[in-house]
Design a protein around this ligand. Structure first.
Ligand SMILES: NC(=O)c1ccc[n+]([C@@H]2O[C@H](COP(=O)([O-])OP(=O)(O)OC[C@H]3O[C@@H](n4cnc5c(N)ncnc54)[C@H](O)[C@@H]3O)[C@@H](O)[C@H]2O)c1
Length: 393
């Protein structure tokens, strides 16, 4: 079968698959989307239809454009085969986060697609090497990691596996750039860029709370009002849901050979075990609902500064270490954190403004108190301080 250069395949009609489908449809592609679950197929179609209707109401799309986009969308049950993807130029997999199921899907895709088809995975936590490793042609496999919701979040991490061909990476990146997204290149390492570097935003906040340094409301206040983040860490964890946020932390920690830097908190694990998942269940760290008054923060400026600088020191250290370990370039690290998780500033330039020496001092003081390796400074941060130069940006 000849390949259709404008045809995009999407495996998995869930939240991410449906979002990515919308982006591709809005950019004039034909889209075929497959799922093994009938309910998910119906829900996927409904979600896309509704989203386009909203676009029409907001006059960002005409009725005709919405109708034409829906007319080139095909949804199908793939339980009995992947034939519908046979002539796709690129297939993006966005199914359940299980290695065995993803491997099986990639093998089945390879049986039907043509030589030139690119196969991408939207995985958040599995290695591209482990997915490509079961493929006959691993050189055409890569990670293309969108953020949720895919229609709104501008960042996409492009993750080549060890054996991905450079022209496949360039082609996939050009395609996603053409969709108006900001692409960054990430090495095939746990959490890629964003889900690795953002860990201390949550885990150092939890550590401060677990150590009795401050209450949650005060830590949230400090990060919002002193740091300028849109949400405090506890509010954000409740918003994301502990089923998602805790499991990302645990998976990065496990995949990093239990490095104490990424160690999860039992406080958050207990919430997950108790089914107190955050906003969506009405209770997480906080209670939601009208009759749930919030504890007021101790809005003391000096305390706020101390909390903010400690979490910032950990974030900047993580950003510097990602550059040091060549997980991403300094400029891609800056882009990733501002465009993928809406940080108010790039972490490396923020670190330079506060002063690398000041941040190193904070980490070293924490390390003297807790010498388990959690607070070890990145060699890059140490080197910049020793040589009196700024962190690369
Ligand atoms: N939700 C997020 O915030 C987010 C962000 C970035 C990446 N991701 C990644 O995207 C992927 C999908 O996540 P999601 O949140 O959309 O999940 P989801 O549960 O909303 O959707 C997954 C869909 O895959 C379908 N599916 C499962 N096995 C299948 C198979 N063998 N063939 C075809 N369809 C199958 C399910 O029926 C379901 O509809 C995961 O790899 C996840 O790690 C998720």
């Amino acid at each position: 079968m000849t390949m259709d250069a404008r045809k995009i395949g999407i495996v998995g009609a869930g939240a991410m698959g449906s979002g990515i489908a919308q982006v591709a449809l809005r950019h004039g592609h034909k889209v075929v989307m497959g799922d093994t679950n009938d309910v998910a197929i119906a829900r996927g179609r409904g979600a896309i239809e509704k989203a386009f209707q909203r676009e029409v109401e907001k006059q960002r799309m005409t009725d005709d454009q919405a109708a034409s986009a829906m007319a080139v969308l095909t949804l199908a049950d793939t339980s009995r085969g992947m034939d519908l993807f046979a002539d796709c130029h690129v297939v993006i997999e966005a199914i359940v986060e299980r290695l065995d199921v993803k491997q099986q899907s990639f093998r089945a895709l390879e049986d039907v697609v043509g030589e030139g088809t690119i196969l991408a995975s939207n995985t958040s936590s599995l290695s591209i090497a482990s997915i490509a490793g079961v493929c006959d042609r691993p050189e055409r496999v890569l990670g293309v990691h969108f953020f949720n919701p895919a229609t709104v979040m501008p960042l996409v991490e492009i993750v080549p596996g060890l054996r991905t061909a450079p022209d496949v990476v360039a082609e996939a990146r050009a395609l996603v750039d053409g969709w108006g997204k900001t692409t960054v290149a990430a090495a095939d390492t746990p959490g890629f860029i964003v889900n690795r570097i953002a860990r201390p935003f949550y885990s150092e906040a939890l550590r401060l709370f677990d150590d009795g340094e401050a209450d949650m409301a005060t830590i949230d206040w400090a990060m919002r009002d002193v740091g300028g983040f849109r949400m405090g860490p506890f509010e954000l964890m409740d918003f994301i849901g502990h089923d998602v946020n805790y499991l990302v932390t645990e998976s990065v920690w496990t995949a990093m050979y239990f490095d104490p830097r990424y160690k999860p908190s039992l406080t958050q694990k207990r919430l997950l075990e108790a089914g107190l998942l955050g906003r969506k269940t009405g209770r997480g760290f906080y209670e939601y609902g009208d009759a749930s008054p919030r504890e007021a923060p101790t809005a003391d400026r000096a305390t706020g500064e101390r909390i903010f600088l400690r979490i910032l020191a950990m974030l900047v250290n993580e950003a510097a270490d990602a550059v040091h370990l060549r997980i991403a370039s300094a400029s891609d690290v800056e882009l990733a954190m501002t465009r993928g998780v809406n940080y108010p500033r790039g972490l490396l330039s923020w670190g330079n403004e506060v002063g690398p020496a000041r941040l190193l001092e904070i980490l070293e003081a924490c390390q003297r108190e807790s010498p388990d390796g959690r607070y070890r400074p990145s060699p890059l941060l140490r080197r910049c301080v020793r040589d009196g130069i700024p962190l690369p940006t």
